[in-house]
Design a protein around this ligand. Structure first.
Ligand SMILES: O=c1ccn([C@@H]2O[C@H](COP(=O)(O)O)[C@@H](O)[C@H]2O)c(=O)[nH]1
Length: 235
């Protein structure tokens, strides 16, 4: 089924006021927002609450990676905040992901989606070699995506470059959430495995996570509008 709001704006700000000022320029009917480690560590659950009151669906991107019990309880805490999506690191392993899935299923009325990060989009082959993995990112992403699906989660975070091969491996409703999105004229920054918004949609990404190309633009709403147009044209 076609996702009506594929764009997730990453609110990577050092304080709540700046994040909410950006959110107030966005339409919750047209995009979702993401709260990550910097903003959540500064502002805590209050910022999630403030975004919910504005009508936004929130992806709480805290990438939990710990022993099964700790990760499961953290996922429960996120679900109890009412977030739309939360994530863990797939490299925490099957038992960790299954524990998180089971815990989430016990939260009354929760519809929170649980996904897992495969290989960060800032990493390339050399970065994997540095941590002892002599393998192409795609091969590791495939392995972790299958493990994630078999552990009962709803999807993965991966690069849009991996979406086409992953679509052949996973179920059609498995979410493929892709950061590392860069319009053709945007700064790449620290991202390595990137793709343009239009190409990511054509490849089959379910959601595009986009931060600095919007938040650091001279007029963020205009940057978002150009991205939304590119996404629409690609459908
Ligand atoms: O593999 C990953 C996982 C998460 N992210 C997050 O997405 C945004 C991307 O921001 P940009 O400014 O568009 O680069 C950011 O919040 C990351 O923490 C990711 O980039 N890659």
């Amino acid at each position: 089924m076609r996702e009506e709001k594929p764009v997730i704006v990453a609110l990577d700000y050092p304080e709540q006021a700046a994040a909410l000022s950006m959110a107030d320029q966005l339409d919750p009917e047209k995009c979702r927002v993401k709260v990550g480690k910097e903003l959540f560590t500064r502002a805590g659950p209050a910022v999630v609450d403030a975004l919910h009151r504005r009508g936004f669906e929130v992806f709480l991107d805290l990438k939990f990676h710990d022993i099964p019990n700790t990760t499961a309880k953290a996922v429960r805490a996120a679900a109890e905040l009412g977030v739309w999506m939360v994530n863990v690191h797939a490299s925490g392993g099957r038992r960790m992901m299954e524990a998180a899935r089971n815990e989430l299923d016990q939260v009354n009325g929760s519809r929170t989606l649980l996904i897992a990060v495969t290989v960060l989009t800032s990493m390339e082959r050399q970065d994997l070699a540095d941590i002892g993995l002599d393998i192409e990112p795609l091969e590791h992403v495939k392995r972790l995506a299958l493990l994630t699906q078999n552990s009962g989660l709803d999807g993965v975070v991966c690069s849009a470059q991996e979406v086409t091969p992953l679509r052949e491996l996973v179920e059609p409703d498995f979410q493929l959430v892709t950061p590392g999105i860069r319009p053709a004229d945007a700064d790449v920054g620290d991202q390595k495995r990137i793709m343009t918004p239009g190409k990511a949609i054509i490849a089959g990404s379910t959601h595009l996570v986009i931060g600095r190309p919007i938040t650091k633009a001279s007029v963020p709403v205009e940057a978002l509008e150009r991205i939304q147009q590119e996404v629409l044209a690609a459908r």
